[in-house]
Ligand binder design. Sequence first.
Ligand code: DQA
Length: 137
Amino acid sequence: MKILIINGPNLNLLGTREPDIYGSRTFESYLIELREMLAGDEVEYYQSNHEGDIIDALHNADCDGIILNAGAYTHTSLAIADAIKAIQIPVIEVHISNVASRETIRHTSLIAPVCQGTIAGFGLNSYFLAAQAIIMG
Ligand code: DQA
């Protein structure tokens, strides 16, 4: 299976950004472990702080499934939701934190209705769980 992980705004700062919420590990360090755990599968990674770039990455994706942590765009971006709707590849919404237990604004996801499902609250392990969902179909 070919899996594409797309991380949105501020997720390039994992490791130093609000470590009490997001942990103190960089995504690059986690990615090495994730690729080892998913040894028979190919894991591509893309991060952008820009909405249009995330939309382009969705349009240009060539893989079996996409793991998308859209960061704060989750709660605001109809354009990203439309892009997910426009492609044929299944997209799994992922969050490191349990957004349901945080501020009310984070309880709304504009992308959830157009994603296959949502995994949130398991720290970086949310990405592994999402990959399992793609691999298991
Ligand atoms: C996040 C949750 C979002 O509300 C927040 O804006 C993020 C990270 C998460 O992974 O927990 O940037 O998507």
